[in-house]
Ligand binder design. Structure first.
Ligand SMILES: CC(C)(COP(=O)(O)OP(=O)(O)OC[C@H]1O[C@@H](n2cnc3c(N)ncnc32)[C@H](O)[C@@H]1OP(=O)(O)O)[C@@H](O)C(=O)NCCC(=O)NCCS
Length: 160
């Protein structure tokens, strides 16, 4: 008899109890991870923190209520462009549609907030992430030299 393991992935707003897991994923995902204080502020002041005139939003994807990934973005009040600031999925869960689910949630939210464009930056050498965005229709339209100190960033845009 084969036992099936639940693979249901849900999406919700994170709480402080999720922070250690979020920071673990951040550490395993990036050579220069965000400081844990940044996530703490975003989670504690969800929907109230502003960046360049836009509201910072964050959601997590959970599997059996454990955080499997997250996305952070901004959407404006008086702005027309949303900005994806961070997305990561636990490495052992890559390739199962979790990143796509997070990305779609943020795009839906930006659409509802009347953004007409989404922008993001990605390391030039992060071919997997570039493929992930391109597959969703993002187009590369610029470059920020040495944006990450050790590497250029490519700028991607999606019209909504
Ligand atoms: C980028 C990332 C978030 C994608 O998450 P994921 O859960 O693995 O992505 P999904 O399973 O939803 O895949 C969605 C699409 O990504 C692309 N993709 C997935 N796995 C891929 C692979 N091994 N090679 C190339 N493209 C791949 C495909 O286009 C895929 O669509 P498909 O399933 O229809 O083929 C994840 O790899 C990650 O956390 N990377 C480290 C952090 C990072 O680089 N973040 C981006 C910073 S800009």
């Amino acid at each position: 008899m084969q036992l099936s393991v639940s693979c249901v992935v849900n999406v919700r707003i994170p709480g402080v109890e999720d922070l250690s897991r979020i920071n673990e994923i951040e550490e395993e995902s990036f050579p220069h991870p965000w400081n844990p204080d940044v996530f703490q502020d975003i989670v504690e002041y969800q929907g109230k923190l502003m960046l360049e005139g836009a509201i910072i939003r964050m959601i997590v994807a959970t599997k059996q209520d454990r955080v499997a990934g997250y996305i952070v973005w901004t959407e404006g009040r008086n702005l027309s462009e949303g900005h994806i600031l961070n997305i990561a999925v636990r490495k052992k869960l890559w390739g199962r549609g979790i990143g796509r689910k997070l990305l779609e949630y943020s795009i839906d939210s930006m659409t509802q907030q009347n953004m007409n464009q989404v922008r993001l930056e990605v390391r030039e050498g992060n071919l997997r992430a570039r493929e992930f965005y391109e597959q969703r229709g993002f187009q590369q339209k610029g470059r920020f030299p040495a944006y990450y100190e050790d590497e250029d960033a490519l700028c991607y845009y999606l019209r909504l």
